[in-house]
Design a protein around this ligand. Sequence first.
Ligand code: ATP
Ligand code: MG
Length: 572
Amino acid sequence: MSGSEAHPPAGDFVRELVAADIERGTFGGRVRTRFPPEPNGYLHIGHAKAITVDFELAREFDGDCNLRFDDTNPDTEDASYVEAIVADLAWLGYERGESYDEPLFASDYFDQLATWAERLIEDGLAYVDEQDSETISAQRGGYGNPGIESPHRDRPSSESLDLFRRMRAGEYADGSKVLRARIDMQAENMQLRDPIMYRIRETEHHRSGETWKVYPTYDWAHGQSDAIEGVTHSLCTLEFDSHRPLYDWYLDRLSERGELPAEQPRQTEFARLALTHTVTSKRILREMVESGRVDGWDDARMPTLRGLRRRGYPAESIREFCSFVGVARTNSRNEIELLESFVRTRLNAIALRRMAVLRPLEVVVANWPTDDAGEPVVEHMELVNNPEDESAGTRSVPFTGRLWIERDDFIADPPPKYYRLSPGREVRLRGAYLVTCTGYETDDDGEVTRVEVSYDADTKGGTAPDGRKVRSTMHWVSAAHALDGRVALYDRLFTAEIPGERTGDVLDDLNPDSVEVLTGCRLEPALGDTPPRDVVQFERLGYFAHDPDEAGLFHRTVGLRDEWANIRKRRG
Ligand code: ATP
Ligand code: MG
């Protein structure tokens, strides 16, 4: 994978830990990680971080990484998300059959998990509680507040076993009973205050259908699923650090009983990825989709992999970015400009250069020749496709006496230091000719409607034989050959660097003007051959991705200016 080769990750604490385990021969020197998405939404840039950590670590240490769907909550999950996650992973560079064998599912372990739960009940380590969820949560207490033991805590295990089996058989209503681990209601760590292992759910599960009436909680399912799969290093985000003692408690109890080997998977936490001006919370992203604030999970403004893909972010850039920021022990937020700089660098190397005029203004070349039939001559200019890549070759761009230029590339009464077109000023039309402005027309409102220039026939290609210089080079499109297009320009999705920090509500910081769609844009003919999703550079304007669904619609991926460099400079 080119990403990690471009930026070999530093010896971070996770890699050091894995290397030390291998050296000591823990797990027989084996490494197996897993990426455990819950199929209840689409992958976003935060998941990309976890994905690259899990898969790249396994690859670097000659191990394996499992894709395991953590599908333990039928209320929110759906098979369509499973497919979408597999597809998005493949796009990111982690293909089924290559990076992992087949997707695995926690729901395939439901039988084993229930059997193990019964073992814990038999050992007096779990019991059925019949209080409602409010009571249970009130009794949990808080930091410095003692917990209160459930009246069912000391019921005979035979009774709990019978009740649990009847819960499994569907005899009880949703919410009427739970199975809890019997640990310590006075534990300082709240997670150990008799955590819930099973809940009754009447919902149909997307894989197991109506087979199950009880569903394991994250904590009960996760470590045991890791153990079943032979996972050695279970990497997760920092908010799970208080869960680690519980993760270990379950595994310890099962291995004491001989249900599991003594050597158990180990959970290690690393910092979540967060970016400025956007969010990496599935819940908020869902809310934005469902309330119509964006056009869907694959809206080009979304930080989902689908959104970034539509926007034109190369998968390699996302991997390179993730590997560059690496794993840390404390949460922080990375500037979105840093991610964009990886995108820009990659696109600069691969994107074909094209000309497009977003806000067109008509230019007439007054002294342009006509042919014998009285028609304006058409000349073909050879322009390079990518100055960074000679193998990309050249293309032929038609030039005639009527052109489109960018509206703001002409000012009738220019301010100082404005070097683009204005009366009497000579400029270069990229790859074509030097032209001088000889006049302009306006409408009743004084709005410029058309500009007249004369061209110097000796300057074909854009250089003057007498060596005279012009200060400005402008892009253009021949009016007779222009294709019509639409362009979506994007601003930050959230105006605040840290959405919600000041307003208290993330959605209050949504930028109401995060997209501007321009119609009637004029495109050079070669843009008609741009495959869907390809990204090109519109000269002087930025990188633009061709929409996968609508021909002629281009999304601005990123601008040309390296804003990350400015941020670095500002910081000194
Ligand atoms: P949910 O609130 O729905 O659980 P989640 O973000 O945890 O959301 P999961 O599908 O459970 O979503 O996440 C799969 C894996 O991706 C987990 O291991 C999780 O820790 C990791 N992950 C999720 N968001 C980030 C993030 N912002 N940075 C790094 N890893 C993340
Ligand atoms: Mg989760």
